[in-house]
Design a protein around this ligand. Structure first.
Ligand code: LLP
Length: 394
């Protein structure tokens, strides 16, 4: 991803910034489109992963749909050209204002997370003389074997409707005249790399769709959500394994004639396309610890602090031919790589082995394209993090 030319090009750019390699994004989108279209699967991009305008525009150009979790994401999707027939609106706490706006925009589907929400959408749709398309988000109690902070499909999680409430859902759906039941929706968690989890999900979807059909409901849409993980340990490896992912669903999902299978991928589409680039402000050598103090911290990339997430960290300046500091041995030193924020938790990782590093060195924190820039904040009244794009190869 980083040639010497690229690194030299960073010399005059103010840090920190997100560096987007749009050719990586393009390769990833190509791979996803090729793997999903083999089976006629429909992919919605989970906008929450990254709503950088250039990223959304490129994703949109592939004809994917948009999976939105706020009224503003719905608006952004439509403004960026996503067809309203491909916009779905999920989220456990949609406000009346957001529901009304989505009804006005005539989106394709609301992914509904409680019986009460179903009744409210019906009421608001009735007031407008509209019928809202809905999929019922069901909590399948499938363990995603991922970090517990990003697991969503267990009984203990706040998301979706639990299976013991399905009779209530069925009774309610029969009563509501401004709801068009389209199908069922699931999302069991994020950063899932074990395909067995998706196989288990298929089995649950099969059981639950049979349950609905057995009660006279026509299930047109099976939406399996997102969650496909990426390899954070090898930032320059190939694109995520879309082939195996979609194959599991083609093998184990019981797709009936006329049914559509939908997905909501976020991370897998965008994670590898960006790195956070920072500079070393200070090197603190202690008796027990060495610290590399960067000009980026939890305000620019929160994942390590929030989920103990691993991101590969590289010193780009020590790789550059033009590096000005003599460092003939490139001996490795262990550093705690930390940010400038006034919080002890503001640490990207402890004991990172890097070549001996100096004030002014450029540091890349890799695989930061998903849930990176979007989760940035201005805590400590920090400047908004900037973005730089490389797109010469496309
Ligand atoms: N669909 C629903 C209903 C979701 O809640 C999510 C993500 C997705 C799709 C997309 O999941 P993905 O394909 O990106 O795994 N901030 C956390 C991840 C939170 C995921 C939230 N939901 C992180 O940085 O790891």
């Amino acid at each position: 991803m980083f040639t010497n030319n690229t690194i030299q090009g960073f010399a005059n750019v103010e840090t920190p910034f997100y560096y987007y390699d749009l050719s990586v994004l393009k390769n990833t989108l190509d791979a996803c489109r090729d793997a999903s279209s083999k089976y006629g699967f429909h992919v919605h991009y989970a906008m929450k992963a990254n709503f950088n305008p250039k990223v959304i525009d490129m994703v949109q150009s592939y004809g994917f749909g948009a999976d939105c979790v706020s009224g503003n994401e719905v608006k952004a999707a439509i403004n960026h050209g996503f067809s309203k027939n491909k916009v779905v609106f999920a989220g456990v706490g949609k406000s009346d204002k957001e529901i009304n706006e989505a009804l006005d925009a005539d989106i394709f589907c609301f992914n509904v997370e409680s019986v009460q929400e179903l009744e409210i959408i019906n009421e608001l749709a009735a007031a407008k003389g509209k019928v809202a398309g809905v999929a019922i988000r069901i909590n399948p109690n499938v363990d995603a074997h991922t970090h517990h902070f990003i697991t969503t499909g267990l009984d203990e999680n706040k998301f979706g409707i639990n299976t013991w409430q399905l009779n209530d859902v069925a009774d309610t759906l029969r009563k509501l005249s401004h709801i068009n039941f389209l199908g069922i929706h699931f999302h069991v968690g994020s950063q899932i790399t074990d395909m067995e989890v998706f196989r288990n999900l298929c089995n649950r979807i099969n059981e639950i769709q049979d349950w609905f059909e057995g009660r006279g409901f026509n299930v047109k849409i099976l939406n399996a959500g997102g969650g496909l993980g990426v390899d954070y340990y090898h930032p320059d490896t190939n694109v995520p394994d879309f082939e195996s992912y979609f194959k599991v669903f083609s093998q184990f999902l019981n797709v009936k004639p006329g049914q559509e299978v939908h997905f909501e991928l976020g991370r897998a589409l965008v994670a590898q396309s960006a790195s956070l680039i920072a500079r070393v402000l200070y090197v603190k050598n202690g008796q027990k610890k060495n610290f590399l103090i960067l000009d980026a911290g939890m305000t620019e990339l929160m994942r390590p602090m929030l989920y103990q997430a691993y991101h590969a960290i590289e010193n780009l300046s020590q790789r550059s031919e033009k590096h000005s500091q003599p460092n003939p041995n490139h001996s490795l030193v262990k550093y705690d790589v930390v940010g400038p924020i006034c919080e002890s938790t503001d640490c990207f990782r402890k004991d990172v082995e890097l070549p001996q590093s100096f004030r002014g060195d450029l540091i890349a924190i890799r695989t930061a394209g998903a849930y990176g820039e979007v989760m940035a904040s201005n805590y400590n009244l920090r400047d908004k993090v900037q973005s730089v794009y490389a797109d010469s190869s496309i």
